[in-house]
Design a protein around this ligand. Structure first.
Ligand code: UDP
Length: 448
């Protein structure tokens, strides 16, 4: 889409974060905006930097972050604080120079929500800034309600309450909330950050109106600035690979040999980890289901392992010919392949959008953040996902068969296909995402 409204090469500076699930939608947004006539400078941390050769249309601005890796066990807000502090001066210097070069245009800064230093830099230099949110919109009311629930004495959530609905957050149960304990220092700071969005002139949300209308309306009332629901970015952008890890594209020729809709694809995204017992239950559940599978086991995702050395003894022999285990998949291609009949996922927002916009129903195994909310919507509201109640081989075996073999799965696939069609309508001329994009282009252009 896009392209027909070429206006000028008005400059945009996009500021991306080093998380895979955030980097991908920012690169996709950059591509969409570039095809709408903007020139794109893509500022990114040196940690997990994108491959410039995949985006010859962008100028890249690497920012020294002084990190060599993301330490999943470290204090998250301390990491964010250091990341934001370390990158600030370089962005400020770059923008100050660019302002002098761009005599005729105002530069607009579009930043990832966790790269909040960019908002401060833009404000210092009197430039407009816009935030990109890469989580689901439905997650935010749950997240923002945590301080209220805490004040009402409902945190920590008692075990007996977990299955109950949270008042005013229908259809969420207490167990779907992102935190169940008294908010820690980290959670409190993250809440403060989310509530603080003020100086940006707008928020871009990678979603579709028909999918998250009610949450988007609530957020509009909460933030009181324009919210542009522009998604699914995975379909709107013509982007080559955005992966940090090397994609094992060999799995596509394996998929070519499988029957239509027969394969379960399994991946828990870029951050989730599991222990040895969970790995074994996943493995034996897959084997016992007797369905073909493509299973991504990220190196290091099982604590203490290099890769698959903790797989249970005898498993590889048992599944030889039925299943493939790989380090990182070309996920968008996999989900678009006709052999894939289901996606067993942690329900990260990118994975969720990538699955439903290919008409692939899901098994939901949320781990953290917005994933529990996404899982609840997938299973209870949209009817395209099965909640995996517990990670045990018998439950896994039954969930896979329900999804791939039973009528239940067939019905979920039908609903997922109808979502795929609705998503296409959103992106077409006159559709909600198409219109939102045009309004965003208008807003940015008017800032000159
Ligand atoms: N992904 C991929 N190959 C894999 C696993 C994941 O390309 O083997 C991509 C996936 O397509 C998605 C991103 O990694 O775009 C993961 O983002 P998501 O929001 O789903 O989860 P997160 O990694 O942030 O938890």
């Amino acid at each position: 889409m896009g392209g027909e409204r070429k206006r000028s090469s008005k400059p945009l500076v996009l500021v991306a974060s080093p998380f895979q699930g955030h980097m991908t939608p920012m690169l996709q947004l950059g591509s969409v905006l570039h095809s709408n006539g903007f020139s794109i400078t893509f500022a990114h941390t040196k940690l997990n930097s994108p491959d410039p050769s995949n985006h010859p249309e962008f100028l890249f601005l690497p920012l020294s972050d002084n990190f060599s890796a993301i330490d999943a066990s470290a204090n998250y807000t301390k990491f964010l604080e250091a990341l934001n502090n370390n990158c600030k001066t370089q962005l400020q210097d770059h923008l100050s120079r660019k302002i002098k070069d761009e005599m005729n245009h105002t530069i607009t800064v579009i930043h990832d929500n966790i790269m909040y230093f960019a908002e401060e830099v833009a404000s210092n230099l009197n430039l407009p800034s816009i935030v990109l949110r890469s989580c689901s919109a439905s997650y935010m009311p749950a997240f923002l309600s945590l301080s209220y629930l805490h004040a009402k004495g409902q945190l920590p959530v008692r075990d007996s309450m977990m299955e109950e609905l949270v008042p005013d957050l229908h259809p969420l149960r207490y167990k779907d909330l992102p935190f169940h304990s008294t908010p820690t220092e980290v959670a409190t700071e993250m809440l403060a950050l989310a509530e603080r969005i003020r100086t940006p002139s707008a928020i871009i949300w990678n979603t579709m109106d028909f999918l998250e209308n009610s949450a988007l309306t609530q957020l509009q009332e909460h933030y009181k600035i324009p919210i542009f629901s522009i998604g699914p970015l995975n379909q709107m952008a013509r982007c080559p690979s955005t992966s940090f890890l090397e994609e094992d594209t060999g799995c596509i020729s394996w998929l070519d040999k499988q029957a239509p809709r027969s394969v379960i694809y399994v991946s828990l995204g870029s951050l989730a980890t599991m222990d040895e017992t969970e790995l074994a239950e996943t493995a034996w559940g897959l084997a016992k289901s007797q369905q073909p599978f493509l299973w991504v086991v990220r190196p290091g995702s099982v604590s203490g392992s290099e890769w698959i050395e903790f797989l249970p003894e005898g498993f590889m022999e048992e599944v030889r010919g039925t299943g493939v285990v790989l380090k990182w998949a070309p996920q968008k291609q996999v989900l678009a392949h006709s052999a894939v009949g289901g996606f067993w996922s942690h329900c990260g927002w990118n994975s969720t959008l990538e699955s439903i916009t290919e008409g692939v129903p899901m098994i939901c195994q949320p781990v953290m953040g917005d994933q529990c909310v996404n899982s609840r919507y997938l299973s209870y509201v949209w009817g395209v996902g099965l909640e995996l109640e517990i990670l045990e081989r018998k439950v896994v075996e039954s969930a896979i068969r329900r999804l791939l073999v039973d009528v239940e799965g067939e019905e979920m696939r039908r609903r997922a296909n109808s979502m795929k069609e609705k998503a296409k309508c959103c992106m077409c001329k006159g559709g909600s995402s198409f219109n939102s994009l045009q309004e965003l282009v208008e807003l940015i252009t008017l800032s000159d």
